[in-house]
Design a binder for this molecule. Structure first.
Ligand code: AFP
Length: 335
């Protein structure tokens, strides 16, 4: 069978299922080609002169890496002139970026984390780009922050690119999850897996254990049971992995199952959590749910959280359904 490129896949989806319209197809293609450029910049490493801090901070007060800013610019430049977007928002920008008046406007809103896990760049560990696509509310000509504040259930597409040993693009258009792998020689994303499915059960978990003393009781209970292994209430041993790039941790869960947790704890409680709702939690929740998994903030489905600000943070528990349900139940018993 001939390999299917991302472009062919999108045309197929448009024809066969009427699933997507031409503008959404173009939008995804443009995001994917921006990810290719980011992949090239990331893979140059020290030779590209792009490692290290820029000496500035973003709206979250985090030190910006040169590659954070470069990736943001690549995504902005690629997307602003295509005519498919009404506005763009990013982790790296305080406010939404309007489409310049000289370019045509479209009906979609794009929100992204241009380089997630960027503190891993300097140590040559996988990083990624996460994106979410929403529709611009009807009648809104100049979308501001308010236009973006839609729950994750309204996403029309979500995806991420993981820049690891190979570069992969993981995409959902609301009807399953498809994985594409970048053929570096041809510069083309090739479909390598359709209908990704996360196993319901798992014996692997991902959490930053160094925060243990700050966790709330339900998380202490859940992780305590996993750590007790064979001799504890779960009756089996669990393994732990923590890359500290959400993209890489979620990608592992999509590939072989597992549960990923960044719960609210005493340290991040004043901010509401560690991870960002609009461009980390929501797109990952959509992908995980579309792959048969679950995603909650400990109490409710992440995609049903009503956002109040663009850079809002939330607790995140996602992955294999049985584990997500168990830890969510522990939270609900407490409340
Ligand atoms: P950076 O993009 O600042 O490296 O943050 C990455 C991240 O938001 C997410 O990708 C990780 O899951 C999480 O932070 C890692 O957090 P810890 O520093 O607590 O390990």
């Amino acid at each position: 069978m001939n390999p299917i490129s991302l472009s062919q896949f999108l045309i197929e989806e448009q024809r066969a299922k009427g699933q997507i319209d031409a503008d959404l197809r173009r939008l995804i293609k443009v995001v994917a080609s921006a990810c290719k450029r980011i992949s090239i910049a990331v893979s140059k490493g020290a030779l590209g002169g792009v490692l290290g801090n820029l000496g500035t901070t973003n709206v979250q007060g985090e030190a910006q890496k040169k590659l954070d800013v470069l990736s943001n610019e690549i995504l902005l430049q690629a997307n602003e002139w295509g005519g498919h977007l009404a506005a763009i928002a990013s982790e790296e920008m305080d406010d939404p970026h309007p489409i310049p008046h000289r370019y045509p406007k479209g009906e979609f809103l794009l929100v992204f984390d241009p380089l997630d896990g960027s503190s891993n760049i300097d140590v040559n560990v996988s990083v990624g780009t996460i994106f979410s696509v929403l529709r611009c509310p009807e009648g809104v000509k100049e979308p501001d922050e308010k236009a973006f504040l839609q729950p994750g259930t309204r996403q029309v597409a979500a995806g991420y690119a993981v820049y690891g040993p190979s570069t992969q693009l993981v995409l959902t258009l609301g009807d399953g999850v498809t994985v594409f792998t970048l053929d570096r020689e041809q510069g083309v994303f090739i479909l390598t897996e359709r209908g990704v499915s996360i196993p319901e059960q798992t014996s692997e978990f991902a959490i930053n254990m160094s925060n243990q003393r700050h966790w709330e009781a339900p998380v202490q209970r859940y992780i305590g049971e996993l750590l007790a292994g064979k001799t504890g209430p779960r009756g089996r041993d669990f393994n732990m992995r923590w890359v500290a790039s959400m993209v890489a941790d979620v990608h592992r869960i999509l590939t072989r199952g597992g549960v990923f947790m960044y719960p609210v704890d005493a340290k991040c409680a004043p901010k509401g959590g560690r991870l960002r709702l609009m461009y980390e939690a929501n797109p990952m929740a959509m992908i995980v749910e579309q792959a048969g998994g679950a995603a909650t903030d400990g109490r409710q489905r992440i995609m049903e959280v009503q956002p109040h600000t663009l850079h809002q943070r939330v607790p995140v528990i996602l992955g294999s359904t049985e584990e997500v349900q168990r830890v969510t139940a522990y939270h609900l018993e407490q409340s």
